[in-house]
Design a protein around this ligand. Structure first.
Ligand SMILES: CC(C)NC(=O)[C@H]1CCC[C@H]1Nc1nc(Nc2ccc(C(=O)N(C)C3CCN(C)CC3)cc2)ncc1C(F)(F)F
Length: 273
């Protein structure tokens, strides 16, 4: 709202901000802590080099993202602007940083049932909103989640999101661990890919690593297609029930985000401290 104080037609530029410490590197460029000069509002300033993003698609993606996404568990893009070299995204600053680092910092590198249920609930809430707007995130994993000062989740990085349904085969870099069978076999897929990923995410919160982690991609493919999951003892019957209802081969059998939010294990643990 501070940023919108200048009115929707104001052309923001770099001089409106004092640039602070680097927060790290995103996929396409660096991210800095920044402060808006007049209101002292803290933001994250993500710089993207134009050369990678010349395609007009980015502009469309930005506009779709900006207009649509106002949700407590989705990282908000406040505005964006560009100079001759770069595009600058002015994003919400999440003070407690990257959730995957928080996961690694935990004893045994895993979250207890309260944090796992709380974060799973908040991601389900964000996904329900995305799906209501016919957007598939497609890249749900700890690396794409940030934490606010209060310890709540912000879903970020809609770089891979597309309108449902889609059969867009993108060169998915990085881990296959989160891929559902329909994406592994290149079939068309729908919003239910995010339901599968939520199941994988909940498992990783509780165990500290995803269920199909293997030494080779080939082995991971086989485990995904056969849905070969081990259930270590820290996964209680309630958590196993929820995860099993999300990691279903038939996408239509995966329970809805509304059902996740009402699931007895989520309800029991999400507000405990
Ligand atoms: C989801 C997406 C895939 N991820 C990203 O974009 C990443 C790429 C780089 C940073 C992050 N992007 C953001 N990060 C924050 N907050 C933040 C991050 C890191 C720390 C932190 O732990 N340090 C600075 C520590 C402090 C201590 N030293 C030792 C290490 C770094 C603290 C707060 N807010 C908004 C964003 C956003 F998204 F708006 F850009």
């Amino acid at each position: 709202d501070h940023v919108e104080a200048r009115g929707p037609s104001y052309q923001w530029n770099l001089d409106d901000f004092e640039i602070g410490a680097p927060l790290g590197r995103g996929k396409f460029g660096r991210v800095y802590l920044a402060r808006e000069r007049t209101t002292h509002y803290m933001v994250a300033l993500k710089t993207l080099y134009k050369v990678e993003l010349m395609k007009g698609r980015v502009e469309k993606q930005m506009n779709r993202y900006m207009k649509l996404f106002r949700h407590p568990h989705i990282l908000q893009m406040l505005t964006y602007f560009h100079d001759h070299k770069r595009i600058y995204l002015v994003l919400e600053f999440a003070a407690r940083g990257e959730l995957y680092k928080e996961l690694k910092r935990q004893p045994n590198e895993r979250f207890n049932e309260h944090l796992s249920a709380k974060y799973t609930y908040q991601v389900a809430d964000a996904l329900e909103y995305c799906h209501r707007n016919n957007v598939i995130h497609r890249d749900i994993k700890p690396e794409n989640l940030l934490l606010t000062y209060e310890g709540n989740v912000k879903l970020a990085d809609f770089g891979w999101s597309v309108h449902a349904p889609s059969s867009k085969r993108n060169t998915l870099c990085g881990t296959l661990d989160y891929l559902p069978p329909e994406m592994v076999t290149g079939q068309t897929y729908d919003i239910y890919v995010d339901h599968w990923c939520l199941g994988i995410l909940c498992y990783e919160f509780l165990v500290g690593k995803p269920p199909f982690l293997s030494d080779s991609q080939q082995e991971t493919y086989v485990k995904i297609k056969t849905i070969n999951i081990q259930w270590p003892e820290q996964i209680t019957p309630g958590a196993k029930d929820l995860i099993s209802r999300l990691i279903k081969r038939k996408s239509s059998e995966r329970i809805s985000m509304a059902a996740v939010k009402k699931h007895f294990w989520i309800v029991k643990y999400k507000d405990l401290h």
